[in-house]
Ligand binder design. Structure first.
Ligand SMILES: NC(=O)c1ccc[n+]([C@@H]2O[C@H](COP(=O)([O-])OP(=O)(O)OC[C@H]3O[C@@H](n4cnc5c(N)ncnc54)[C@H](O)[C@@H]3O)[C@@H](O)[C@H]2O)c1
Length: 354
């Protein structure tokens, strides 16, 4: 069975999707949509070159026209974050399956609505937390779930990167609460998703944030948080976009009863600790996977197989909401000056404008 893809948003991340679409079987690109004609041209040219095809790709400047196209089975949503929810809901209502870039949305209500509409229309919704599909991380998750690490005690997610004034001024949605969400929502969400996927169910969070560049952006550049989990594990989030002169990168460390794992670097592929008590062979095999970075292909394959009933989708809309909820909790905690407990009744990043 083959599926036709419509791509909405033809900017930076769209090219990553395009590469994957060209590299897997059973999918092809049928239509694209962007407000900028030249971006659609660039994507179509790149597709023709990579897929070695001269097939005509339809171009829609209004994404609703792409959603009305009966030839499109799957819609990839790679537009700016503040538009994710509206386009996702519309796509599902038009009975398309969706591959939705992170963050799922900028409000918890919208995340719930996406889940609800997907269910009501019997459509699949994948949220692009692609690091869950990276071989090292997915094997680590299997080992934790199988009990090799015993009780998880502490996880630390460090995001130490550089986003300068030029970055925020390169597009007017960047650094705005209503269209980007904060730095945790944009840059921090991948590691926060892994932290909670590996440690367990969050029950509360305390956090504080700061913005040292209010002259050209609204959102935070410093964030610190402590997450408590139902299994008594603790999570620490420390994130900044002011690292000089350039990125240190990312670091994820898990301290558990029977092992310690620490992986980091700009590409999250440098292991500084990989220890599983009494199972040297397991840690050695795990370390061998650290350089494998085919997560985007694995994510697409999981999605396509889920459409044909072959397996379960890993990052559904419900799963995609989890990291967003922890971040929203951290923001709300900053506003209230005290820990907040989950589930949150409601939150939108626009509430940070208050
Ligand atoms: N999964 C990841 O690792 C990852 C990495 C980078 C970006 N992203 C996410 O991808 C999204 C896009 O980021 P980007 O860096 O590609 O941004 P970008 O600004 O390069 O591209 C966004 C594109 O959306 C288009 N667009 C805006 N409004 C539109 C509309 N109404 N209809 C059609 N197109 C519209 C813009 O013209 C632009 O071409 C963001 O939500 C970001 O969080 C995810």
């Amino acid at each position: 069975m083959s599926f036709s893809i419509g791509l909405i948003g033809c900017g930076f991340i769209a090219h990553k999707h395009l590469n994957t679409i060209c590299n897997i079987t059973n999918v092809d690109l049928t239509a694209v949509s962007d407000l900028q004609e030249e971006r659609m041209d660039d994507i179509v040219t790149a597709y023709e070159e990579k897929a070695l095809t001269t097939k005509a790709i339809k171009r829609y400047s209004n994404y609703l026209d792409l959603l009305r196209d009966p030839a499109v089975d799957i819609v990839v949503i790679a537009v700016i974050s503040g538009l994710h929810a509206e386009i996702a809901k519309q796509a599902l209502l038009h009975r398309k399956h969706i591959i939705l870039e992170k963050p799922i949305s900028l409000s918890l209500e919208d995340a719930d609505a996406i889940s609800r509409i997907a269910l009501a229309n019997n459509r699949k919704a994948l949220v692009c937390h692609q690091l869950r599909y990276r071989p090292f991380i997915s094997r680590l998750k299997e080992l934790i779930d199988a009990g090799y690490f015993g009780m998880p005690y502490l996880g630390v997610a460090s995001i130490r990167i550089n986003r300068n004034k030029e970055y925020y001024q390169s597009a007017n949605w960047r650094g705005s609460w209503s269209m980007d969400g904060g730095m945790l929502v944009n840059q921090g969400i991948h590691l926060i998703d892994l932290l909670i996927w590996l440690l367990g169910e969050p029950v509360s969070v305390y956090g504080e944030i700061a913005n040292h560049a209010a002259g050209y952006k609204q959102t935070e550049d410093i964030a610190a948080g402590i997450v408590s989990f139902s299994n008594r594990a603790k999570g620490v989030i420390e994130a900044n976009t002011v690292t000089k002169p350039k990125h240190i990168g990312y670091q994820l460390t898990i301290f558990a009863e029977k092992g310690t794992i620490s992986i980091g670097g700009p590409e999250l592929d440098e292991i500084s600790r990989c220890y599983v008590e009494n199972h040297r062979e397991i840690s050695e095999k795990l370390m061998e996977t650290a350089s494998q970075k085919d997560e985007h292909r694995r994510m697409y394959e999981n999605f396509i197989e889920s459409l044909t009933g072959g397996n379960n989708l890993l990052v559904t809309a419900e799963e995609g909401k989890k990291a967003l909820e922890v971040i929203c909790g951290l923001y709300q905690s900053h506003q209230q000056g005290k820990p907040v407990t989950f589930p949150l009744s409601s939150f939108s990043t626009t509430m940070m404008l208050d």
